[in-house]
Write a protein that binds this ligand. Sequence first.
Ligand code: ATP
Ligand code: MG
Length: 574
Amino acid sequence: MRYSQTLLPTLKETPAEAEVVSHRLMLRAGFIRKLTAGIYSYLPLGLKAIRKVENIVREEMNLAGAQEMLMPMVQPADLWVETGRYAKYGPELLRFHDRHNRESCLGPTHEEVITDIARKELHSYRDLPINLYQIQTKFRDEIRPRFGLMRGREFVMKDAYSFDVSDEAASESYRKMYEAYKRIFSRCGLEFRAVQADSGAIGGSFSHEFMVLADTGEDTIVVCKDCEFAANMEKAAVVMQEAGDTTPLAELEKVETPGKRKVKTVCEYLGIDSTELVKTLVFKADGDTVAALVRGDREIEEVKLKNLLGVADLEMAEDKEVFDATGVPTGYLGPVGISVKVVADQEVAAMKNFYVGGNEKNYHMKNVNLGRDFEVEAIADLRQITTSDPCPECGGQLATTEGIEVGHVFKLGTGYSESMNATFQDSDGQEKHFVMGCYGIGVTRVVAAAIEQNHDENGIIFPLPLAPYSVVIVNLGLSDAEINGAAEKLYADFQEAGVEVIIDDRDERPGFKFKDADLLGIPYRVTVGKGYKESGKVEIKKRKDGVVEEMTPEDALNTLQERIQLELNESRNI
Ligand code: ATP
Ligand code: MG
């Protein structure tokens, strides 16, 4: 490709709206342009990088025995009503009516559509196992689209769905996908980790997420320093230490706390530690008001609370909503005698004689005890794990790190096949429900994650397998027949050799061209300039380490062709 003929609108300035480096660099390198919130056009080089990821995904999915197909983006609401998800999915599902007033939605995921295909087209155990996948545009009306391709509303996903005769066979399908995912992300040149995950709106019995390790990740991962345990923080179970607290229950008292509404100020005022106090946090859970109790120094884990309550939508209640539901001003709410549903973290159930809000302005209560002074509807693990907690698997030391979720594999079981009545005839003649799994990769997010992990102050440093081009030739002698001729010949030779090459044939200053070459992150730069006239040599520069070598154009061609082939082969055989 010729630079002069491609749409590559690079920017010198850093766009103000971009908060993370991948978003900034993708805008600056002319890879993407925003149409509206969370919706982007992929310009030619951006699309090339996306296609690279797609092709790696496709190759590995095919190798793992999955078959590619393509499902529609527009889906009838009826299918979602069958699984109950039309009511449950929440506002991320974009719903609309067509001209015949039929209710429809834009697919955020395709379990319903694929299960509909399975129940119509797969009849016998002989048709199984089967794994069907697609690479397709998804739409999720994300509440906070941000970070460019990292969290779009419209984005490209690879989603695969497996159908098996039994739970055991489904585990094998899951294992195959898990292994394929490891190969895919390794081939993309990413540093990643597979972690235990929450199943969220997709449902099912267990799941793993594939996390690219990066500071800008929106997820926190908990890993054990002593064993293999790794989990998304939302999923990591807190293991309770033995309680064994035999302190006698003291008499309930009201204490004055004038104007003290925050845990910190209440504790300072009363001269107590935050571990002696219980916070009462109020949420709107699918429209209902629910109070959740955690120790004063703990954070609630909303995903755990959501799972306990079995709701789709959970958010902190506004001060006014809390007042309307309880009659208590902010900062003074406690569980004793309130009328809303209360649930407690397991740690609270083990505490004795603690402090809570007094349900009255300027008052708290002292010596409060669950069971004696108030009851709760449920006691469960509701708080965020910390690095002071023991590893839930081995009791070892935990650490946390940030990650970007690029893939997610789920064991679904028979939830979808039962609600949609999707069955096959087994070898014993019985009609049985398919045992399903589903497996997603955020293709566009992978490109962003790769840039988060591979860049420097000058721009992107693409891992070769994802680079839009392997080589950029910088022609510094457009008006010099000798230099121009050598650059053009080298360009033609690289093309003939099957190397993906772009030539910078623009009439621009050398510094300008070098800056763009660095920004785009093309792994190898070949400069044909004055030096060629003097010594017959061109300059090769590797983007990753900046190492420069000089050699004849013929040697440059052979050397790079060989290196690129070797690197690509190595990435395939990991
Ligand atoms: P998240 O927690 O980041 O919202 P999710 O759990 O909703 O992700 P899945 O339903 O598992 O995501 O979708 C499969 C994959 O699609 C994810 O692993 C992620 O890589 C990608 N993905 C999900 N939402 C987005 C989005 N808004 N923009 C880009 N990629 C996304
Ligand atoms: Mg999501």
